[in-house]
Ligand binder design. Structure first.
Ligand code: ADP
Ligand code: GN1
Ligand code: MG
Length: 372
């Protein structure tokens, strides 16, 4: 560990940091990148903190294109935030450049690194502790989408092709079942059948996007609660983080992914499935906040389809966890045997619960449509 720390500090020195490096520790609970919190000392009583990340380049095959997206989006957001009288140093991610130039550093061992200014006096939650936090995250994710409404979408690289193409995800899932390279399919027959029983659902949003029934927008695509920083003092969603997947997508992806994670009464990897359900109060709160944050931009059809967005993002994520389990856990970081299978089961349990509460979920979405 000490050796790793000194190597990490050497990487940190490649970036335009202020002060002298002091400590570096693993940070956060992301499933994809390796994240570290770096503390630098400016004077005896002033420190400056940064986030150093080893980008997962198995997942993001083209780190250069990825960082072009992030620099483009954060620069755009900073300008908008200034126009709105906000603080661009806190309300958007700030990329720290490499001393030799550029937004990322490639080490001799081939790993790719980037650095952000640490958003101070704010917190990201791994579970909803207070309903109002979930509401504020909804307003902020909706607002984020609104701010990016006129971003030149054609300039964005597709950092992960077909990221929320549920039909494509289904094909990849079927391939993993057919290949069964870890010989795990026999243990998860029930879960496999759960997906196959919902094959038709997987087409709904893709078809609507293709026909133009719902619009393609610039979206975040990974809106779980720990990808937003909430201000300590005001409780407001201050800064949307984890911009790796900002790409053209549907508003329903962003809305749905937040419900999947935050309206669940249990953790994403809970083993006791009796703790898993879709909390309709949280569902209603998020719906209200997201519609408000989008500031009138959502179409009637989109609002009508919000419950479907929630169900399909949850089904898709469960299918992704199951695919990774079948393929030998190479995509999502795992911390125990069967971790991806546990995650898959919570998602499917949540889908089942949503199906039972379908009428109520639709009534809630409709109510907020008329309220706005
Ligand atoms: P991953 O893609 O692995 O989820 P994230 O970019 O979401 O990585 O970072 C992981 C965690 O690190 C976040 O959930 C958050 O708690 C923390 N984090 C990331 N960037 C910042 C930042 N600029 N300021 C403060 N905390 C951050
Ligand atoms: C990953 O990066 P992180 O931990 O915020 C994943 C999301 C999943 C989520 C499930 C790039 O999000 O798509 O919904 O795990 N991100 C990527 O928790 O695949
Ligand atoms: Mg994250």
């Amino acid at each position: 560990m000490e050796r790793e720390k000194s190597e990490l500090l050497q990487v940190a020195e490649k970036f335009e940091i202020e002060g002298t490096t002091e400590t570096i520790e693993p940070h956060g609970n992301g499933h994809i990148n390796d994240t570290f919190l770096l503390t630098c000392r400016l004077s005896s009583d002033v420190v400056c903190r940064y986030i150093l990340q080893r980008m997962n380049h198995e997942v993001f095959k083209d780190p250069k294109a990825l960082m072009e997206n992030i620099v483009g989006v954060t620069t755009f957001l900073q300008k908008k935030i200034i126009e709105h009288g906000g603080d661009p140093k806190r309300e958007a991610l700030n990329v720290i450049s490499v001393r030799k130039g550029g937004a990322y550093y490639q080490a001799e061992d081939g790993t790719f690194w980037r650095m952000y200014r640490f958003v101070e006096d704010a917190i990201s939650y791994d579970i909803v502790e207070r309903p109002e936090d979930f509401y504020e995250s909804a307003v902020a994710f909706g607002h984020f989408q609104k701010l990016l409404a006129d971003y030149p979408a054609e300039s964005l690289h597709e950092s992960i092709p077909n990221f929320h193409n549920t039909v494509d995800r289904l094909q990849r899932f079927k391939k993993a079942v057919a290949e069964d390279c870890m010989q795990r399919a026999k243990e998860v027959k029930e879960e496999i059948q759960f997906v196959l029983d919902r094959e038709e659902d997987c087409h709904i949003l893709c078809d609507m996007l293709a026909s133009g029934e719902i619009p393609l927008r610039v979206t975040h695509n990974d809106t779980k609660l720990n990808n937003i920083m909430l201000d300590h003092k005001t409780g407001k969603g201050i800064c949307v983080i984890d911009l790796d997947t900002v790409m053209p997508g549907s508003a329903l992806y962003d809305y749905g992914d937040s419900i999947r994670f935050g309206a669940n009464t249990g953790a994403e990897d809970e083993r006791d499935l009796s703790k898993i359900s879709c909390d309709l109060e949280l569902f209603a709160l998020y719906t209200k906040g997201f519609i408000k944050g989008c500031g009138g931009a959502l179409t009637e059809k989109e609002i009508q389809m919000l419950p479907m967005g929630a169900k399909l993002m949850t089904l898709e994520c469960g299918m992704r966890f199951l695919t990774d389990y079948l393929e030998g856990d190479h995509y999502f970081k795992i911390h125990r045997e069967g971790h991806n299978l546990d995650r898959c089961r919570t998602q499917f349990c949540m889908v089942k619960d949503m199906e039972q509460k379908w009428g109520q979920m639709q009534a809630i979405a409709e109510q907020y449509f008329w309220d706005v």
